[in-house]
Ligand binder design. Structure first.
Ligand SMILES: [Mn+2]
Length: 324
């Protein structure tokens, strides 16, 4: 008898379609895609009741509540998109697969991260770009562990918070620690943290550690002051990039569904310009969008911005000739 095969991902709950109507396919060993979309619902909690937190519902809600899902025809794929100057995939032969959501084992909360890492490694090994939907800000920890070791990667974080805690309540892989854990990875060669502001879990010691590492800390106020073009000039060209995008990096007036709404965040124009700018510098090999807490949503505003953000990312990568 062979070893029972682990089920790494599962279909979204209910009758949800793949994100933007892209085909759902759980066969990760035969992945045939330029871009893989993946739900990663669960972080590692600081309190027992936080495992199945509000953020864990975001992948399915993004699939089912995106504007595109409300239309009776797949407009996003076929209609002219003014953000991109044409249709999403520019009439090119680009394959996008929604790989479903990473499964969990309630008897072992860490198993979800092991599976997320295994899925991410499979995707990266095919050279597809991975777009992960969280989940809280713990979920990039296993995904970044799976980043190819033979490429030097620049990490770009958009976030109100530094996320440099070594541990909280003994947990080293929760949502306050992704950048600290990234700083320990050999594959990450430099870090740019954009949108910092307000008060979070970080203290003076985390600030000092981030500075000692050489992380490039760019506050939201600096972005507002000097503009995105100047911010982009600080980031080297011609590299591989991994982008981790915390929804609270954007202003809470346009992304209200977050646990830590903080005034002064990036606006839509800034975020759009930043994403297009990074995509055109080199190659984005992975992106995650985390920390959407749907119970705080106001009028689908957060989800619509999230959807547009991912469409701008995809459309920019296609036009930068990533896939042909
Ligand atoms: Mn964060």
């Amino acid at each position: 008898m062979g070893k029972k095969k682990k089920i790494l991902t599962e279909l979204p709950k209910g009758n949800a379609k793949g994100f933007l109507g892209f085909p759902l396919n759980l066969d990760l060993d035969n992945l045939d895609a330029h871009i893989a979309i993946l739900g990663v619902p669960y972080g590692l909690p600081y309190y027992p009741n936080e495992l199945s937190n509000d953020q864990s519902t975001a992948p399915d809600i993004l699939r089912s509540s995106a504007q595109d899902a409300a239309w009776d025809e797949p407009r996003t794929l076929n209609h002219f998109d003014w953000d991109l100057g044409g249709s999403l995939l520019d009439n090119r032969d680009i394959k996008i697969i929604d790989c479903g959501n990473v499964t969990a084992d309630f008897r072992d909360p860490r198993e979800h991260y092991r599976r997320a890492e295994e899925v991410a490694r499979k995707v990266f090994s095919t050279n597809a770009t991975l777009i992960s939907i969280g989940g809280d800000h713990g979920i990039p920890i296993p995904i970044m562990r799976a980043l190819p070791k033979n490429k030097s990667i620049i990490l770009i974080q958009v976030d109100a918070h530094m996320d440099w805690r070594d541990e909280v309540n003994g947990e080293k892989e929760g949502y306050s620690s992704p950048i600290k854990r990234a700083s320990e990875l050999k594959s990450i060669n430099s870090i740019y943290q954009i949108g910092l502001r307000g008060v979070g879990s970080g203290r003076q010691q985390e600030f000092d550690e981030a500075k000692a590492y050489g992380s490039n800390l760019i506050s939201a106020y600096e972005v507002h002051d000097i503009g995105v073009k100047e911010v982009l000039k600080k980031i080297p060209n011609g590299a591989n990039y991994y982008i981790t995008f915390d929804a609270d990096g954007m202003d809470p007036t346009i992304m209200p569904a977050v646990n830590a709404p903080t005034p002064g965040g990036l606006n839509w124009l800034q975020v759009r310009e930043l994403i297009h700018g990074i995509v055109n510098k080199g190659r984005v090999i992975g992106f995650d969008l985390v920390e959407i807490s749907p119970s705080f949503e106001k009028g689908n505003t957060t989800i619509i911005h999230a959807e547009r953000l991912i469409c701008n990312l995809i459309g920019a990568m296609v036009r930068a000739n990533y896939f042909n």
